[in-house]
Design a protein around this ligand. Structure first.
Ligand code: PLP
Length: 251
């Protein structure tokens, strides 16, 4: 068999992944952070060791700012709704800039926030080659702009965006920069410090070659503390087959 669906999820996984999961289930599968017994402590140490590895990979200074999620969609929803659904939004409607290249897991949560009047949304166009010009993002900034959120690489076109240039201009304006690295984490180097990334979301199961059901959200110090329980539905994103509506299709 030749497997051609690595952008959706990678196969085969990295050597040792299956053995490590089997070993964990057989020997260490306690609940991390929920108990003080030896197995639970060991499970917690494993999570922390992984946070440190991810911190090294993405040049994160504080590894405790890394959260584990179910996948990329989960990380993106958590970040978007955590950041934009706070009670601090009351009275002002924050403006959010995104691009036309976003995956449903960015596009749909933003659209549903905009439909509820929680944000004002601008989608910056790309050129005919599939690239978003940083100058177009800069031109979209308004007095109430709070966040720029964009994909590092388009899952449809494969075009890699100049997030270093965007990060620089976003930081100069003292806004927050949120990057969806679903298609690049593990393939293209990402340095959250030199790229001025405040929030980074990625799956563990694509090019990091990890197991299904893994994702990562980094939330930097410049972000207000997220309040994560304000929204229903909590998870919105690709259905795998139906992209005909701008928000999540009803079940
Ligand atoms: C650009 C992009 N963002 C987000 C996602 C969602 O990631 P996941 O499949 O881990 O939910 C994908 C998945 O293909 C993607 O390509």
């Amino acid at each position: 068999m030749i497997y051609f669906d690595n952008a959706a999820t990678s196969f085969p996984k990295a050597p040792g992944v299956a053995d490590a999961i089997a070993k964990f289930i057989a020997e260490d599968a306690a609940n991390p952070g929920r108990a003080g017994h030896r197995m639970a402590v060991r499970a917690e140490e494993m999570l922390d060791a992984l946070r440190l590895k991810l911190a090294r990979l993405f040049n994160v200074a504080k590894h405790n700012r890394i959260i584990f999620t179910l996948n990329g969609t989960d990380a993106l929803n958590m970040g978007i709704k955590g950041l934009l659904g706070t009670s601090a939004n009351e009275g002002t409607v924050p403006h959010v800039i995104t691009t036309v290249l976003e995956h449903n897991s960015v596009s749909r949560p933003l659209q549903s926030l905009a439909d509820r009047g929680a944000i004002e949304l601008t989608r910056v166009e790309c050129d005919q080659e599939g690239f978003v010009a940083p100058a177009d993002i800069e031109a979209a900034i308004q007095a109430n702009t709070r966040l720029v959120i964009m994909t590092h690489a388009s899952n449809v076109l494969g075009t890699v965006q100049d997030i270093t240039a965007v990060g620089q201009l976003v930081r100069e304006r003292d806004l927050l920069f949120f990057v969806d690295a679903a298609q690049t984490a593990g393939v293209i180097p990402i340095d959250i410090q030199t790229m001025n990334i405040d929030i980074l979301a990625l799956p563990g199961h694509k090019s990091l070659l990890g197991p299904t059901g893994t994702g990562v959200l980094y939330v930097g110090d410049r972000c207000p503390r997220p309040h994560l329980d304000h929204f229903n539905p909590w998870r919105e994103g690709g259905t795998g087959g139906d992209s005909s509506t701008p928000t999540q299709p009803p079940i």
